[in-house]
Design a protein around this ligand. Structure first.
Ligand SMILES: O=C([S-])c1cc(C(=O)S)c[n+]([C@@H]2O[C@H](COP(=O)(O)O)[C@@H](O)[C@H]2O)c1
Ligand code: NI
Length: 410
């Protein structure tokens, strides 16, 4: 089994707009990124791309043009709801939420306030939302399965921010870069908080270029053009062949807490908050605790980068006074998608496959619910119709994945 891998070269630094430029240069559809951003922030920003050179190296510079006169201050709590409600493709929503949760948590630690109450200032918030959602959309659009990144040049000296003159690397970057190899790499701010949050959240590890068959390269330009080095973030995308057909798996973490004293009516909201906070899955297991007390184990599966924010959510949203954490490897089969028509509606069919053969065919349940509601039919009837229509379209276990199946669900 092969994986489409992207390695980010941050040896000259990284910012949200630089990474977005690199993705667009590598072939990501800027209009798809714009549509995703519009779903979160209708009529607020416009992406504009420009071919530029940085120290003689050609790259794409992304400009985020702000279309609104007086954008509001938004807290992380508000942005989280906007991302949840936007109707983004699920992987874009999950990764954008995880990146922002991490950014808010880092800012919260820097300023000593709860992450939920962190304000993203006016234009800065629009810029960050556009960068984060745009990058997550680009990764999804290019069907990238896994990302890693190089050592990160953070810069040196001082910059002016809302807080006045702050040292580089700026405080939020140092909070976000836990476990990453950093080096100065030059004068000025080479890596921004948004760039570091994207790297730390989306990349499995900080590593030299892994062995892979190169398919494409993208270069994203920073704003300044330094004389001594090219101010660009590079993206190298290729195929990595996994060992023995199952691969090395992706790093994952499971957080757990046994809880016997939470009002049970709160649990659905807790699970929803955890999913919105970047969990890949969150569930409850009924247990009998010490002294014969009926209780639940709350289990949360996540990428390691999302764990700090999720631990915080567990501690604030439930009555537990502790969380345990275990590291795992996650082996996910590759997926493809086919859209089928059902009456007046459409249902996306998720196809999990192995060695090119269909392993599992699943109608996206939210689509089924929407079609059922629009047609005034019971959901179980529409679900059966969707399964039958998928079979009729040749999506059957054991047959090859159709060539026209998409690698992304949009
Ligand atoms: O506005 C705030 S709170 C702010 C905090 C910090 C800290 O490190 S704390 C840094 N900055 C600077 O703002 C710009 C924009 O950063 P993006 O990540 O939004 O591109 C950058 O120069 C940061 O260093 C702002
Ligand atoms: Ni700050």
């Amino acid at each position: 089994m092969t994986q489409r891998h992207a390695w980010i070269d941050a040896s000259a630094g990284v910012a949200g707009d630089m990474l977005l430029g690199a993705l667009i240069d590598a072939g990501a559809d800027v209009e798809f990124a714009q549509r995703c951003i519009d779903q979160v922030l209708p009529d607020s920003v416009r992406l504009r791309t420009e071919h530029v050179t940085r120290a003689g190296i050609a790259a794409i510079k992304v400009h985020v043009d702000v279309l609104v006169a007086d954008p509001p201050h938004r807290t992380w709590r508000t942005i989280s709801t906007m991302l949840t409600d936007a109707g983004l493709p699920e992987p874009v929503r999950t990764s954008a939420t995880a990146v922002f949760a991490r950014l808010a948590e880092a800012e919260g630690r820097v300023h000593g306030v709860p992450a939920d109450d962190i304000h993203f200032h006016e234009v800065g918030a629009l810029d960050s939302i556009a960068d984060v959602v745009g990058v997550c959309a680009g990764i999804f659009d290019l069907a990238i399965d896994q990302l890693t990144a190089s050592k990160v040049a953070v810069g040196s000296g001082f910059v002016r921010a809302a807080h006045g003159r702050i040292p580089v690397p700026v405080p939020a970057v140092t909070r976000l870069a836990d476990g990453w190899t950093l080096f100065a790499g030059g004068e000025g701010e080479l890596t921004t908080p948004t760039g570091m949050a994207l790297l730390a959240t989306l990349c499995a590890e900080c590593t030299d270029l892994p062995a892979m068959r190169l398919q494409t390269v993208g270069l994203g330009a920073g704003t300044k053009d330094f004389a001594g080095h090219a101010n660009v973030t590079r993206l190298l995308i290729g195929e990595r062949t996994e060992v023995a057909g199952v691969g090395a798996g992706d790093p994952a973490v499971v957080l757990e807490a046994n809880v016997d004293d939470l009002d049970p009516r709160l649990w659905p909201g807790v699970l929803a908050d955890l999913m919105a906070g970047g969990a890949s899955d969150a569930w409850l297991v009924p247990i009998m605790m010490k002294k014969g007390r009926p209780a639940h184990t709350l289990c949360v599966l996540a990428h390691p980068s999302a764990t700090a924010g999720l631990r915080e959510l567990i501690l604030t949203r439930t009555s537990t006074i502790g969380v345990r954490q275990q590291e795992y490897r996650k082996f996910a089969l590759p997926r493809a998608w086919s859209r089928i028509r059902l009456g007046d509606g459409q249902v996306m069919i998720k196809i999990a496959h192995r060695d090119g053969l269909i392993k599992q065919v699943t109608p996206e349940f939210d689509d089924v619910v929407a079609v059922a509601a629009a047609a005034g039919k019971p959901t179980r009837v529409v679900l059966a119709e969707a399964i039958a229509a998928a079979q009729h379209a040749g999506l059957v276990i054991g047959v090859p994945v159709p060539e026209n199946a998409r690698t992304t669900p949009h």
